[in-house]
Design a protein around this ligand. Structure first.
Ligand SMILES: [Ca+2]
Ligand SMILES: [Ca+2]
Length: 84
């Protein structure tokens, strides 16, 4: 598989795997997001609750209390740019 296509597929797979835990696979709740970060971004594992709250509201661009795929992708893209 071309690497970029593989990266996109991985993005989707990770989102779907964590977003589906509460039965609503279209959005990440706070608990789902914490689990995703803990397993897939271990560097954030030591964040305290206030940091997680701040992080979550940063991701939740439209402030509806959940993170949808678009908000998640925006976040991952921003992180990728930061890492470059
Ligand atoms: Ca969900
Ligand atoms: Ca949202």
């Amino acid at each position: 598989m071309p690497r970029l296509v593989g990266a996109m597929a991985a993005l989707l797979t990770v989102f779907n795997e964590y977003a589906g835990k509460d039965g609503d696979e279209k959005t990440l709740t706070r608990a789902e997001l914490i689990e995703l970060l803990h397993n897939e971004f271990p560097v954030t594992g030591d964040s305290n609750k206030a940091e997680v709250d701040e992080f979550f509201s940063m991701l939740d661009g439209d402030k509806d209390g959940v993170v949808d795929f678009k908000e998640y992708v925006t976040f991952v893209t921003a992180l990728t740019v930061l890492c470059n």
